[in-house]
Design a protein around this ligand. Sequence first.
Ligand code: GRF
Length: 242
Amino acid sequence: MESAILPDFSSSLPDRGHSSAVPCRFVILVSGQGSNMQAIVQACREQGWPADIVAVIANREEAAGLAWAQAQGIETACVPHRDYSSREAFDQALADAIDRYSPDYVLLAGFMRVLTPGFVRHFEHRLVNIHPSLLPAFPGLHTHAQALAKGVQVHGCTVHFVTPLLDSGPIIAQGAVPILAGDAPEALAQRVLQVEHRIYPQVARWLSEGRVEMGEAGRVEVQGVESRFFYGGDVQITGGQQ
Ligand code: GRF
């Protein structure tokens, strides 16, 4: 029975309410440059969402996103995965570091670790990820190379709730870009990234405004929003035939 394996989101998304006076607390996890995190921070500030980015946490000291966040006056922390002998021990330390900030939502933004089921359960209904493909196509790594190898003509990115099954949770929004003749994975990645910088801040804003709900059969609904599809056909073309 399909319904037996779907997580029950019905009663447990953080209750933000549409006009919540209390800012939504986001913790953002990064492993690298953190350009999605930067896009979220900037949009939050420029657009005045009812939200605070209360911390940026990385699993690598050298993550460029950590230095950027620090320079912005955002609290940062690092939980180096190499310091832990098992995935479970790392995830426990990471969960402890996150819990110190009591977030409403934890946003994975280029956080390059597979998380244990225990960690995912701990943050159930509060853990959101961006994946660089149009899920359910191309879960896992090297998504741009996978798309080119299959010859698909449309590619993109997905923001979704995280469930224990990798890259399979309920979809909140998707963005698409064309694949162009002569595309290399790197050029395609850059094109997709530009759309990521549109859709992840938009989803974070919806979360902060309390618009995101779970509808029937574990599918997301966003109140007051007609389309959760973003077309990135106008993004700057780098590489490929123009
Ligand atoms: C993005 O493509 C994201 O979808 C993937 O890793 C990349 C991270 O980029 N998970 P950044 O660190 O946000 O710049």
